[in-house]
Design a protein around this ligand. Structure first.
Ligand code: BGC
Length: 708
């Protein structure tokens, strides 16, 4: 063991020495988008490039291979339609987070890592972990929700899954890229302690757990400077405090000056989107006249080379291999099923019994074709190739190339038919409320599919379902008391019809096998186990910013978003304001019932809490009891400390232990530049969601401090 460590260390030293002795490695520090047609092309691709989001030439003499990068938040992306080889689409990031299962996130990451490798990529632009501060953020569907511990653990596990395939994953977008409106110009303003306890903590945890080779800095400004030129974010927090050894790459078009290198940026990506190739000639000139810049150039290249070696890219480069489409689709389906959240089930309308339903009305959402996906650079289209595409057009400020609404070809209608072969299953679109109501009348059950499209580069104007779908649902519910609404949304939505509808499922964007996943939940082949990773507000007025920042301003107009809620993101905000949301964070029903009992706080440097979970209902099911901090000695503030995910047979009881991370109990002590746990009495609560907390416990902790 000792020998191996020594050998690794020796080879790294040799390697850094190599870079120090070579000419300045400028070419490894900037790259282009790897397309050779369309508006983003910058000419023919070099022979060792493949179509993808990025290409950076290699410097083989320095141990740096060419970087072939693809977007991959939710599967290997289709690059605005320029890749035609198809890939397995995962459910949305919110769906993955709703599983509360780092194990499933790991499997999903490993799956995209394998597919990317098989296609020849060695860097994945995956691992989005910006917190859902606003439920209108058009990219929340790529991220993992509103809580730093949940988001960090899910993103970290997915990154680890990717990198275990000897491929680099990024983590992105560092940091506070929590709105798409004016993303290249807005200034996110937040206090340091609040940032460390929320958005930065999500990154910190994901980086610790997943050890991503690269961090992608964001478009927006943070407390003044652009994120990619922000010495506090990149040099102080990331590289100094967190000892981050990898490299920082820019988002595509996020660099504004060669001096960004001194703020901690290591590599300029998508250079054709910047006003000039800053890390080309301007950086070379600056390095020639300033030894400090030259040293940073070498450091940046050494970070890239060292990372590629650590992750195994250098020694085990990707090569084309066949993809097991069916096995990979099964991974996606497992994530989708675990992420679907049963929001309401009055009178146990669900699960449906195939024998008891003779006529089923399926309405809307293109359920006869497939399931909705989100738009933008993360867009994946399946290996089947059959996708339903609607061009959205319009004059939204986002990139026109992203404004396409794509349905993955996994039809809920076909899956429902297969589930209930004896039943007459009729599909009607949801264009007219009267026609939908007519179809629903007299059916044993009416299932309405409602969609809300989200895409990169734009936020939602509000949280209403678009295109008159609320009216359709209300009309169907009036016509048939046995109505189920299946939501395919990228974000929370308001539900003015909620009390009229007995059953509601949040299916998010459900990926390659979404139709089957939804049908399995509807018919109880799988019991629902998803929990909301994001609060569903009852009204826009409940949000910290009821009016979307930047709304109505001409594209390109700079503005400031002040995150006055500080680290009280999502459920923490609702708790602090004593507001009742429509559906709380952590919430989700299933087809059985559970009892939590016997909470005990075990002594230790940070508390560990045990509790017993009993399945008190008639079916097997999975419960996700959650542990929250509710009060510390000097403050009342709710924070998720941990959870357990436990599958139990009817009548079965299991005792589970939830460990706590000290940073979740601590405050960031700004003057002391450390985490600080005040001595005194801490109150904890256990329950089934952020607002359904049936058990309490308390413990006295000694004062302590932790370095950043
Ligand atoms: C997105 C990134 C993405 C990059 C490359 C940017 O527009 O913000 O998430 O990785 O494009 O496609």
């Amino acid at each position: 063991m000792a020998d191996t460590r020594l050998n690794k260390k020796t080879s790294f030293c040799f390697f850094f020495f190599l870079i120090a002795a070579a000419p300045l490695p400028i070419p490894a520090l900037h790259g282009r988008m790897a397309v050779d047609t369309g508006p983003y092309s910058s000419g023919p691709l070099p022979p060792d490039a493949i179509i993808g989001a990025g290409y950076v030439p290699g410097l083989p003499a320095l141990g740096i291979p060419a970087l072939r990068e693809t977007d991959a938040s939710l599967g290997v992306a289709f690059i605005m339609g320029l890749r035609h080889d198809g890939a397995t689409a995962l459910p949305s990031g919110l769906a993955e987070a709703a599983s509360f299962s780092p194990e499933l996130a790991y499997r999903a990451g490993a799956m995209i890592g394998r597919q990317a490798r098989a296609k020849g990529f060695n860097v994945l632009l995956a691992g989005g972990v910006d917190l859902a501060r606003d439920p209108r953020n058009g990219r929340n569907f790529e991220y993992a929700g509103e809580d730093p511990w949940l988001a960090g653990r899910i993103a970290g596990a997915s990154i680890k899954g990717i990198q275990d395939q000897h491929i680099v994953s990024t983590i992105k977008h560092f940091a506070l890229n929590d709105l798409e409106t004016g993303r290249s110009v807005h200034n996110a303003v937040i206090g340091e302690a609040a940032a460390r306890e929320s958005d930065l903590l999500a990154f910190e945890i994901a980086i610790e757990q997943g050890r991503p080779g690269s961090v992608m800095c964001a478009y927006n400004r943070v407390n003044g400077p652009y994120a990619c030129e922000n010495p506090w974010l990149l040099n102080d927090v990331l590289k100094h405090d967190w000892h981050y050894p990898g490299w920082v790459m820019s988002d595509w078009g996020a660099v504004h000056a060669a001096s960004a290198i001194m703020a901690g940026l290591d590599q300029e990506s998508g250079q054709q989107f910047d006003s000039q190739i800053w890390f080309g000639a301007p950086l070379a000139a600056s390095a020639a006249s300033d030894p400090a810049v030259a040293a940073r150039v070498r450091d940046a290249a050494a970070r890239i080379a060292g990372t590629l070696r650590r992750i195994g890219v250098t020694n085990d480069p990707p090569h084309p291999t066949p993809i097991d489409v069916a096995a990979d689709a099964a991974v996606s389906q497992a994530s989708a099923e675990a992420g679907i959240v049963l929001l309401r089930n009055v009178g146990n309308l669900l699960p449906l019994s195939p024998r008891a339903v003779r006529r089923i009305a399926v309405i809307g959402g293109h359920a006869d074709f497939g399931v909705l996906s989100g738009g933008g650079s993360s867009q994946v289209v399946g290996p089947e190739g059959a996708e339903l595409i609607e061009k959205l057009g319009g004059n939204a400020p986002s990139d026109a190339a992203f404004r396409v609404k794509i349905f993955n070809g996994s039809a809920p209608l076909a899956a429902i038919r297969a589930m209930a072969p004896q039943a007459q299953v009729v599909f009607t679109d949801a264009r007219y409320p009267a026609a939908a109501a007519h179809a629903a009348r007299g059916a044993d059950v009416a299932i309405v599919f409602a969609t809300q499209w989200n895409g990169e580069g734009e936020d939602l104007p509000d949280l209403s379902l678009p295109d008159g779908q609320d009216a359709v649902i209300a009309a169907v519910a009036r016509a048939n008391p046995r109505t189920v609404v299946v939501l395919e949304t990228g974000n929370p939505v308001l539900m003015p019809w909620q009390s009229a509808v007995p059953a509601i499922l949040e299916a998010w964007y459900s990926g390659t096998r979404g139709g089957q996943a939804i049908a399995n939940i509807l018919f109880g082949v799988t019991s629902p186990s998803g929990r909301l990773p994001i609060t569903f507000p009852a009204a826009l007025a409940q949000l910290p910013r009821p009016v979307l920042p930047g709304e109505g301003q001409a594209p390109g107009t700079a503005f400031t978003v002040t995150y006055t809620e500080g680290s009280d993101v999502g459920y923490r905000w609702y708790a602090a304001r004593h507001q009742a949301p429509l559906y709380p964070f952590g919430y989700g029903l299933t087809y059985t019932s559970f009892r939590l009992s016997s909470p005990r706080v075990l002594p230790g440097p940070t508390p560990r809490v045990t509790l017993a979970v009993t399945n008190t209902g008639p079916r097997a099911g999975t419960d996700t009891p959650q542990l929250y901090l509710t009060a510390a000695p000097h403050r009342t503030q709710q924070r998720l400390l941990g959870w357990a995910r436990v599958t139990l047979a009817p009548g079965q009881t299991r005792t589970v232990t939830i460990d706590t991370d000290p940073r979740l109990l601590a405050d960031w002590d700004q003057p002391g530049h450390r985490w600080s746990i005040a001595g005194g009495l801490y109150h904890f609560a256990l329950g089934e969601s952020a607002t359904n907390l049936s058990l309490t416990a308390a413990a006295t902790l000694p004062p302590s401090a932790l370095p950043p």
